[in-house]
Design a protein around this ligand. Structure first.
Ligand code: GLA
Length: 377
């Protein structure tokens, strides 16, 4: 059944609006968003759809196409950031973050097509599809940057995951055919054309299917180290420090803080370098940058895992121009840049390497850079 038909079967009447928002792949700039750095993600074609209708009472009823026999019910007056619940918390968090702008009850049915737990930001897709729809229905007319901050607040303060601003920003602001260069300090953007196909290239997304639970402590611990390093250096965020300044201040930091800061500062540098390389169609250079970022995430930031390392190593052994883990880490997906002609053999070799290592079979995706959130036609 279609989303609209299921909506009518579950709730009363037709949805007033259906909106969609995509997941993302981050090309370069990892864990630097909460350090006020620069990142360059792009939106993938997989997206989440949200069908929404306002109701005369103050009840909120939420369901999903993936679990249509479960309806979660609450009230506008009972939305509390309690940290309890499941996927519906992301939606409740967005409604909560809109505050007094939401003046009536809601019926919401979502249809998620961004792979869960794959590090492709299914949570931001969910938040942004709902946030975009509520902004339209209640005519709040927030800018995309304001909506991104609102969705981030839902995740930070309602769900309890201290994420940065990257995923929500790209889910809302992406444009087809482009990667999004985002300054995470002021949310200014530049669309960077990413036309791999004309160069005979493709970016393979390898979902390792390894566990990926950002609400676990590893992400928050990395963020805390970066913030304590910045505080000891007397700066607002690690974005405000160069590598030579970091070296000069080595004695102020613990060994661990130093390693984390070294990754952050270099990865921000790699974002700018990658923009230059893309503008010059230097894809060998792009591949090298990806490989360096992976080594840094593995050795300095220590958020990779055996499955991600194997995915990247096996890709490199099979003619990849370069690859790296993406997202929060500790599982999820890696990306690897290939000549189109090399992809089929590389997929076979990577799957074989996973089998030999006794890992779960990886899933392969590919996606052109796609558009951000919109009303679904
Ligand atoms: C997760 C967070 C983002 C970002 C990435 C790592 O996806 O939601 O804010 O920090 O990890 O770059």
């Amino acid at each position: 059944m279609s989303l609209a038909n299921t909506f009518t079967a579950l709730f009363s009447g037709n949805p007033e609006i259906v909106c969609e928002a995509p997941g993302r792949v981050n090309l370069i700039g990892e864990h630097v968003d909460y350090c006020d750095g620069f990142v360059m993600p792009f939106a993938i074609s997989d997206r989440t759809y949200a069908a929404i209708k306002r109701c005369p009472d103050r009840k909120i009823r939420i369901s999903s196409m993936q679990r249509p026999n479960e309806i979660f019910e609450t009230s506008l007056d009972d939305l509390q950031p309690s940290g309890e619940g499941n996927w519906e918390r992301y939606i409740c968090g967005v409604i909560w973050a809109f505050g007094d702008h939401i003046t009536s009850g809601l019926e919401i049915l979502v249809d998620g097509h961004v792979a869960l737990g794959a590090g492709l930001s299914s949570s931001a897709a969910l938040e942004c599809s709902v946030a975009f729809g509520l902004d339209q229905l209640f005519e709040t007319r927030f800018s995309l940057a304001q909506l991104a901050k609102l969705a981030q607040r839902a995740e930070n303060d309602f769900v309890g995951m201290p994420c940065g601003i990257m995923d929500q920003s790209v889910s809302l602001m992406a444009q087809a055919g482009n990667a999004l260069l985002l300054d995470c300090r002021d949310l200014s953007t530049e669309q960077i054309p990413l036309d791999l196909a004309s160069a005979g290239l493709e970016l393979l997304i390898i979902d390792t299917q390894a566990h990926h639970a950002l609400v676990d402590g590893g992400y928050a611990e990395r963020r805390a180290s970066c913030e304590s390093a910045a505080a000891k250096l007397g700066i607002k965020a690690l974005r405000d420090c160069s590598i030579s300044e970091l070296e000069d201040s080595r004695s102020k930091l613990t060994e661990l803080e130093y390693m984390r800061a070294e990754h952050i500062i270099n990865d921000i540098g790699r974002v700018h370098e990658c923009v230059d390389r893309l503008k010059n169609n230097d894809f060998i250079g792009v591949g090298n940058i990806l490989a360096k970022s992976h080594a840094s995430l593995r050795d300095l930031f220590e958020i990779s895992c055996p499955e991600l390392n194997l995915a990247v190593d096996a890709a490199l052994e099979n003619n990849s121009l370069g690859g790296r883990m993406i997202g929060g880490g500790f599982g999820g997906s890696a990306i690897a840049l290939f000549k189109v002609a090399d992809i089929a053999q590389a997929k076979r070799a990577i799957a074989e390497a996973f089998k030999e290592a006794g890992f779960t079979e990886p899933r392969f995706f590919t996606s052109l850079p796609s558009a951000g959130a919109s009303v679904t036609n």
